[in-house]
Design a protein around this ligand. Structure first.
Ligand SMILES: [Zn+2]
Length: 136
């Protein structure tokens, strides 16, 4: 039963995400309400990634810049619901997903450009066909 509830919750959040792309639609909030209700009824916790997506005060589905404002302050990420004003504070830097530096961030050593290492021959190209049509 809990498994079915989880699937239902996932469906509802997928619907909410899709609906949130339309302006002036409150269906996304409605889907969040339903998802939370399903979780309550079947005693299924909402996955962490979903719990970041809505306001716990008014169940508004959060769309950055439209229904939520995110500010970084004092080592915390503060997300303020623009519908009801409730703030949610999340501490930063605790090994969260996405906390690792982006790709290329740590490559401080300069690349040796123009220096070819090892024997390089133009005839190593495997894509050249051996039909002998290119006679010099
Ligand atoms: Zn709210």
């Amino acid at each position: 039963m809990v498994r079915i509830a989880r699937e239902r919750i996932a469906d509802l959040f997928a619907l909410a995400e899709r609906e949130s792309e339309r302006p002036d639609s409150h269906l996304a909030d409605r889907y969040v309400q339903l998802a939370r209700r399903v979780g309550t009824r079947y005693n299924a916790r909402l996955p962490a990634e979903y719990r970041e997506l809505y306001c716990r005060g008014c169940s508004a589905y959060w769309v950055e810049g439209r229904t939520v404002r995110t500010r970084l302050r004092g080592g915390r990420r503060i997300r303020t619901c623009l519908a009801c004003g409730r703030a949610r504070r999340v501490p930063l830097g605790r090994g969260r997903a996405g906390a690792s530096p982006p790709e290329g961030f740590t490559t401080g050593a300069p690349r040796e450009q123009g220096v070819l290492v090892g024997p390089v021959s133009e005839e190593d190209d495997d894509t050249t066909e051996d039909d002998g049509s290119e006679e010099a």
